[in-house]
Ligand binder design. Structure first.
Ligand code: IMP
Ligand code: MG
Length: 179
C-alpha cells in the first residue's frame, strides 16, 4: 500500500496538531450555539472521529452519504444522496465535516439541501482544500490544509475505496490510475 504513495504531504503528527487547533477554534465559536456535526461518509470518518474529540462543548452528530464520483479520479458533477440525516434540523447549528473540498459541487449541493431542512446555520469544516479546482462558489469556514491539484489519499480519503486506512495524507502515484 505504501508503495503506491508518491509523496507524503501531511504526517500523522501534523494532522493531529492541526485538528486539535481547529477543534479549539470550533469550541470557542460554538460556545453558545446548538452544534451538530454532520459527517459526509465515508471519506470524513477519520477526520470526524478526531475532530469531535478535539471539541469540548456539547454537540450531537449525524451522518450523510452522497456519491458524486464512481470509481474515477474526476467528479461526474452529479450528486446523489445515498443516506440522509435522521433528525429534524430546526434549531441546530450545523457544521458539515468533509474530507476534501475539490470542485465544491458536493458541498454547494449539500449546503442548499440542508438549509431547506430548517437548520439555523450551516458552516463547513474540511480537512483538505484543493482551491485550484473550485467550480462552485463555496468556501470552507474551517480548513486544516491546502493541497495541490493532485489526487490525494489516506486519513479517510480513498482511491477506488482503498487507502482510507493510511494514517497520513499522501499523493497517489499516478501509475495506479493511468494503467
Ligand atoms: P467535489 O464535489 O468536487 O468538491 O468533491 C468532493 C469529494 O470528492 C470529496 O468528498 C472526496 O470524496 C472526493 N475527492 C475529491 N478530490 C479527491 C482526492 O484528491 N482524493 C480523494 N477523494 C477526492
Ligand atoms: Mg467525500
Amino acid at each position: 500500500m505504501q508503495n503506491d504513495v508518491k509523496e507524503i504531504l501531511f504526517s500523522e503528527e501534523e494532522i493531529a496538531s492541526k485538528v486539535k487547533e481547529i477543534g479549539q477554534q470550533i469550541s470557542r465559536d460554538y460556545k453558545d450555539k446548538n452544534l451538530m456535526l454532520v459527517s459526509v461518509l465515508k471519506g470524513s470518518v477519520i477526520f470526524m472521529a478526531d475532530l469531535m474529540r478535539a471539541i469540548d462543548i456539547p454537540l450531537t452528530i449525524d451522518f450523510m452519504a452522497v456519491s458524486s464520483y464512481g470509481s474515477g479520479v474526476k467528479t461526474t458533477g452529479a450528486v446523489k444522496i445515498l443516506k440522509d440525516i435522521d433528525k429534524d434540523l430546526s434549531g441546530f447549528d450545523l457544521l458539515i465535516v468533509e474530507d476534501i473540498l475539490d470542485s465544491g459541487i458536493t458541498l454547494s449541493y449539500l449546503t442548499k439541501y440542508l438549509s431547506n431542512k430548517g437548520a439555523k446555520s450551516i458552516r463547513i469544516a474540511t480537512l483538505l482544500n484543493k482551491e485550484d479546482r473550485r467550480q462552485a462558489d463555496i468556501k470552507a469556514d474551517y480548513s486544516c490544509f491546502d493541497v495541490p491539484d493532485e489526487f490525494v489519499i489516506g486519513y479517510g480519503l480513498d482511491y477506488d475505496q482503498k487507502y482510507r486506512n493510511l494514517p497520513y495524507v499522501g499523493i497517489l502515484d499516478p501509475k495506479i490510475y493511468e494503467k
